[in-house]
Design a protein around this ligand. Structure first.
Ligand code: NDP
Length: 476
């Protein structure tokens, strides 16, 4: 009997997706470039379901029901192209290649077009939730031809996480749309994590609290508005005792954050689209600054900081930081969703932003209660420009703003870097200003480059002959 679906690439993600499919009752053919891994997979997990292990790509292709569905779960980048090139000559018209790795969305657009020329259907699907998610139910963001999605939706919705009877999987849009939404998901994850790190820094260095004490605070926070996977695991990580030193594990982890690139892609795309995306971008920069460990060590004994401040009221600090964290998180999501809206308009994707929040409620790294509020916001206001403008979020940030401002002041006075907290607040203050200072920017641009300006009291573009007679001339 031929298999319903095939998975090639049996590292941790591919292996776990294949096991998830088999546990849901699908027949699965598995393949890996290095055959030993396929054999090991069958040895370890063959008893879990109806697997067919294939040593060659030809055997793999022959093991599949036609039209074939092949999930490619190999290293992102060139390996995906290599696998497509090897598979294509073995496939029939109409077969579906699914790239479930973290591919960059322009690559997905390119591969979609390339496969179409060969008569193959290509789907780029975002899969979030790490190895646990892949095995037990990830959040799935499928992009590509809707008809092809219709043919594989049974498998994808069955293996996805499920919240209140709704699978965390919905067709996102054509071409690279699925990988785009996954990219923004990861960008938001960067912002969420940076905000958590800043909250921890404040509680430790202004509040004088130990890692386990802060862990207990996060555990409490996880029962309120902030309830989410990342807040939950922060409590667990902070509470962990190091076996070697007997002290908190986080205290002996090097303070250098690494990254694989999805946050950077999100920030670069925001710059390309012209969308203000300060939270995610600051989070990427904070990781790059953390990586300058030797420079920071030298600077720590050279560059002056503020004089020591008296201890603050710790209970008040904890509550203020909680509120600042929530408000900044709202801003990060507002920015990320504004970016997806802009990308949807620029690419004609017609993204359902409420559905994107819905499929992130379970399975993925940023899963949170709060996403229900975003879904509700788009259900009641489908053309919303900015999440901050719906009553729930307007009130949430409005109620938090006093605490948020106190946190930014306190951190600044104590010399604690809070790029995500402070840039979120600056975005908020910039966004709610009817008249900002860009009038002066245009004045300066007109002075040095004759870039012209518009006037508030009428139409037209104007230039002042600054270094000649100082007269204003209309230029349009
Ligand atoms: P890796 O990214 O480590 O990739 C290893 C796999 O790729 C192996 O099966 C390897 O085969 C195969 N491979 C590499 N180069 C080639 C090639 N030229 N031709 C054929 N096969 C090749 O695996 P992961 O499981 O960690 O990740 C898979 C994908 O999922 C990646 O895109 C990754 O970014 C993404 N991912 C997503 C996560 C999430 O939370 N959604 C978490 C982790 C990863 P071989 O054994 O022969 O070397």
């Amino acid at each position: 009997e031929k298999s319903r679906i095939g998975v090639t690439g049996l590292a941790v993600m591919g292996a776990n997706l294949a096991r998830n499919m088999a546990r849901r009752g699908f027949t699965v053919a598995v393949h890996n470039r290095t055959t030993a891994k396929t054999n090991q997979f069958i040895e370890d997990y063959g008893h879990e379901g109806a697997f067919t292990g294939a040593e060659s790509l030809q055997d793999f292709v022959d093991a599949l029901q036609v039209p074939r569905t092949i999930v490619v779960m190999v290293k992102a980048g060139k390996p995906v192209d290599a696998v497509i090139d090897e598979l294509a000559p073995l496939l029939d018209q109409g077969d579906i290649i699914v790239d479930a790795g973290n591919s960059h969305f322009p690559d997905t657009d390119r591969r979609t077009a390339h496969c179409a020329e060969l008569g193959l259907r290509f789907m780029g699907i975002g899969v979030s939730g790490g190895e646990e998610g892949a095995l037990n139910g990830p959040s799935i963001m499928p992009g590509g031809d809707p008809a092809a999605y219709g043919e594989i939706a049974d498998v994808l919705t069955a293996i996805a996480a499920n919240i209140d009877g709704t699978p965390c999987c919905a067709h996102v849009g054509p071409g690279g749309a699925g990988h785009y939404v996954k990219m923004v998901h990861n960008g938001i994850e960067y912002a969420d994590i940076q905000l958590i790190a800043e909250a921890y820094d404040l509680l430790a260095h202004v509040g004088g609290l130990s890692a386990p004490e802060i862990g207990t605070i996060f555990e409490q926070w996880n029962t309120g508005d902030l309830e989410s996977f990342l807040i939950e695991i922060t409590g667990i990580v902070l509470a962990k005792t190091d076996e070697r030193t007997g002290g908190p594990l986080v205290d002996v982890i090097t303070d250098q954050a690494e990254q694989k690139g999805t946050g950077r892609w999100t920030a670069i795309d925001a710059l390309d689209l012209g969308v203000p995306l300060t939270g995610i971008t600051e989070a990427v920069f904070a990781r790059t600054l953390s990586a300058l460990r030797d420079e920071r060590r030298a600077a720590s004994t050279t560059l002056a900081g503020p004089a020591p401040k008296p201890a603050t009221d710790v209970d008040r600090l904890v509550e203020d930081v909680r509120q600042a964290l929530y408000a900044s998180k709202v801003v990060a999501y507002a920015q990320g969703f504004a970016q997806m809206r802009a990308a949807s308009q620029a690419n004609g994707w017609d993204l359902d932003l409420g559905a994107m929040a819905r499929i992130w409620r379970g399975g993925c790294i940023i899963r949170a209660q709060f996403l229900n509020r975003i879904t509700e916001a788009y259900e009641s206001h489908p053309d919303l420009d900015n999440l901050l403008m719906v009553p729930y979020f307007t009130e949430a940030v409005g109620n938090a703003q006093d605490a948020w401002r106190r946190v930014v002041v306190t951190a600044t006075e104590h010399g604690v870097a809070i790029p995500a907290f402070s840039s979120s607040l600056s975005y908020y203050d910039g966004y709610r200003r009817e008249r900002g200072p860009a009038n002066l920017i245009q004045g300066l641009r007109d002075y040095f480059g004759a870039h012209t300006y518009h006037r508030i009291d009428g139409d037209g573009a104007f230039h002042t002959r600054w270094s000649q007679d100082g007269a204003e001339v209309r230029t349009d």
